[in-house]
Design a protein around this ligand. Structure first.
Ligand SMILES: O=C(O)C1=C[C@@H](OP(=O)(O)O)[C@@H](O)[C@H](O)C1
Ligand SMILES: C=C(OP(=O)(O)O)C(=O)O
Length: 421
């Protein structure tokens, strides 16, 4: 089986979340093109509307009317499956007057929120998490103090939560990261008129309101593209172009790793607004070599680690992904899921502490029992690509979860694989 043709992935999920959420702290009206059709971003838009932001869907476009920081308190906001929605809202609501409750589905109720709650308390907010630092989260905000924060993990969600709280504090707020994570929040803050200074891994923001641009366009999702592009690199005879994709370097860690493996990749930059974007071409790459991916690179490949692990299973030699412990606290324990489920297809993966070790190349075979996604979209998607490599379309016990990031994933994959839908 091979992947041949062109694909335009859905609008970028990370950028779409930010457009919606940041509009709560902005004035003006903005027409967004290419907004992500994902269930996660639908959770964000529902939350924005519940909090008093203007959200109108007109065909493919979303029209946002800024709430200028005047948020409607006293309610429980359902963040669904989306960690980004919950962690950004924690920072945002910490600066708003009133009491708010943030909750989510069973998966989100298992994810760590204390890492965000603790620095917000130091800024002066009252934030309570349920047992084990998990949701639901209760926030009584207002009266925030700025300060300096050294993050214990490289997390764009944690960084962004503190920057959004900082916009509402009484003075500057500085956030220092241990390694680079995606920087869409910083870029949008600068574009939307915030006073912000960036210096390497450090970012300082001063209090103030944002101003929405009249129009903005969302490039196609770089993480969604990764599953198809890596699939093309390992499926013999493939030749694929992912079009209009976000080319922010902090989101292209997977492409750099694929290049290091010896992947046949061709990137054509087409534009820079609101972030760099363009086309990514990938061909079947017969001579892939094992690589070592260092701890400082992990934040830039965090959502693509499952598909990179599958790609590593087709490389010659032993690949090592250092310090991928964060994978254990995503929508599922992704480290256990990829080891168990790709292992069920015949791949050779294991964990040594927080490192992931993958030995290749291993031929994959279709399993007798259904594969398990654990309700996690990135796991379901990597298992679909792995299935093609094993020569078929195996049963996966929950595929509906793909809608969390890419509702048309299976249709896109079948079309590129030349299969009837
Ligand atoms: O900021 C973002 O849009 C995201 C950051 C990452 O999470 P962490 O910041 O928790 O690593 C990533 O896994 C998530 O899918 C989206
Ligand atoms: C981890 C993810 O999202 P979130 O943290 O927003 O739930 C993801 O999309 O892979």
């Amino acid at each position: 089986m091979k992947l041949v043709g062109q694909l335009t992935p859905p609008g970028d999920k990370s950028i779409s979340h930010r457009l919606g959420l940041l509009s709560l702290l902005a004035q003006g009206r903005c027409e967004v093109g290419g907004f992500s059709p994902s269930a996660d971003c639908a959770s964000t838009l529902a939350a924005v509307a519940a909090l008093g932001g203007g959200v109108e869907r007109v065909g493919e476009r979303v029209i946002l009317s800024g709430a200028a920081g005047r948020l409607r308190p006293g309610q429980t906001i359902d963040c669904g499956n989306s960690g980004t929605t919950m962690r950004f809202l924690m920072g945002l609501l910490a600066g708003a007057g009133g009491r708010f409750v943030l909750d989510g589905d069973e998966s989100l109720r298992g994810r760590p929120m204390e890492r965000v709650a603790e620095p917000l308390r130091r800024m002066g907010a009252r934030v309570e998490c349920a047992a084990g630092g998990r949701p639901p989260v209760i926030i009584q905000g207002g009266g925030l103090r700025g300060g300096q924060f050294d993050l214990p993990v490289a997390s764009a969600q944690l960084k962004s939560a503190l920057l959004l709280a900082g916009l509402q504090a009484d003075g500057p707020t500085t956030v220092n990261e241990p390694a680079a994570s995606r920087d869409h929040t910083e870029r949008l803050l600068a574009q939307w008129g915030a006073q912000i200074r960036r210096d390497g891994l450090s970012c300082t923001v001063w209090p103030g309101l944002l101003r929405l641009p009249a129009q903005i366009w969302t490039p196609a999702d770089a993480s969604a593209a990764a599953f198809f592009c890596c699939g093309a690199a390992i499926l013999p005879g493939s030749r694929l172009v992912a079009q209009g994709v976000l080319l922010n370097e902090n989101r292209l860690g997977w492409l750099r790793v694929l290049e290091r493996m010896g992947g046949c990749v061709d990137v054509r930059r087409q534009g820079d607004d609101p972030e760099p974007w363009g086309d990514i071409g990938v061909e079947f790459s017969p001579e892939l070599r094992a690589v070592e991916v260092g701890a400082a690179e992990i934040a830039a490949i965090i959502d693509e680690a499952p598909i990179l692990a599958l790609t590593a299973s087709q490389c010659h030699g032993v690949s090592v992904f250092r310090q991928v412990g964060e994978l254990r606290v995503k929508e599922s324990d992704r480290l256990a899921a990829i080891i168990g489920q790709l292992g069920a297809l015949g791949a050779d993966l294991r964990a040594e502490g927080d490192d992931l070790i993958v030995r290749g190349p291993t031929p994959l075979r279709l399993p007798d029992a259904p594969l398990k996604s654990f309700g996690d979209h990135r796991i379901a998607m990597v298992l679909r690509v792995a299935g093609l490599l094993a020569g078929g379309w195996p049963r996966i016990d929950d595929e509906a979860c793909m809608a969390i990031s890419h509702p048309a994933f299976n249709d896109d994959l079948r079309r590129l694989a030349g299969m009837a839908s």
